[in-house]
Design a binder for this molecule. Sequence first.
Ligand SMILES: C[S@@+](CC[C@H](N)C(=O)[O-])C[C@H]1O[C@@H](n2cnc3c(N)ncnc32)[C@H](O)[C@@H]1O
Length: 312
Amino acid sequence: MKTSLLDLLVCPLCLPREIALTAVITAERGGDIGEGALTCPGCGGSYPVREGIAFLDPAARMETKPPSKYETAPVVSSYLWSHYGDILGDPEASSAYAEWAGLVSGGSGAVLDIGSAVGRFAFEMSRTHDFAVGIDNSVAFIRAARELLVRGRKAVALREEGLLTREETVVLPGQWRTDRVEFIVADALALPFRSGSFAAAASLNIADKVPLPLQHLREANRVTRDREAQFLLSDPFSWSDEVARPEDWLGGTATGLYAGRGLDNIAALLAGKDRLLMPPWRVAGRGSAWWKIRTHVNHFELIRSCFVKAER
Ligand SMILES: C[S@@+](CC[C@H](N)C(=O)[O-])C[C@H]1O[C@@H](n2cnc3c(N)ncnc32)[C@H](O)[C@@H]1O
């Protein structure tokens, strides 16, 4: 983990108190912490940094996290294709990440990609902003993203059919600013960052994947600046009671606090409804992007991800 990130970090377990973490570094090279620990003087908690990866997800630390499909090799391979299919020269590649990146205006300050998976959007943001941080609670995803960051390349076994795979290598374009990107393991519901740390935040296809979607929005709102800030949320709104209780969904129900469509409800929350996300945002645009996930050579999922772009 880059040492430049240290100033932004707080203990996720002590939130809403924002207590800075103390770094004990046992291996560092060129401003990159290889091994060490980040400890909280408030609760005494200790978050390891291993092989360059900072583990700031309290659930991972306490080993209470149930196994997730996002930790499996086939799913990592699917996401590497989804994020970097264009770089692999695949004519079927999705253009969704370029579309989402085009919705965030360039500027000074750092960008946070919440649920960054294998990193494409954060890399895109590093081209237009001072710094980009991707967080995800999948260790396998963050490991893959960091391998791309550190080595500039990563082998991927694309499933062809059954057990047959085709080896390809993702090579990041030389002009991408890997010195301006970092990926850490963290929880979208307890972001380990100080309030107002980011000029922009993105939530791409994660709002329907967390047990408390409103808490996810509150955290995205907290860590984003009060002024001159941007927020992009895009989601297919595939609400599922395997992920969150229907009463906690932000849409997709006929009754309840968030009856109706997720995008409408989220736009209203951003605009100041019930004063839950303050200061209020101005909704600057809404639309959708076609996002694709490849399972094998003959099987793709085509997903309409509906976005709202907000500014304040
Ligand atoms: C459907 S994927 C979308 C990934 C990426 N944003 C994209 O659009 O390609 C959902 C992502 O959210 C991550 N995720 C789910 N719950 C999370 C949580 N509580 N904290 C952080 N990441 C989470 C998953 O590991 C996965 O990377």
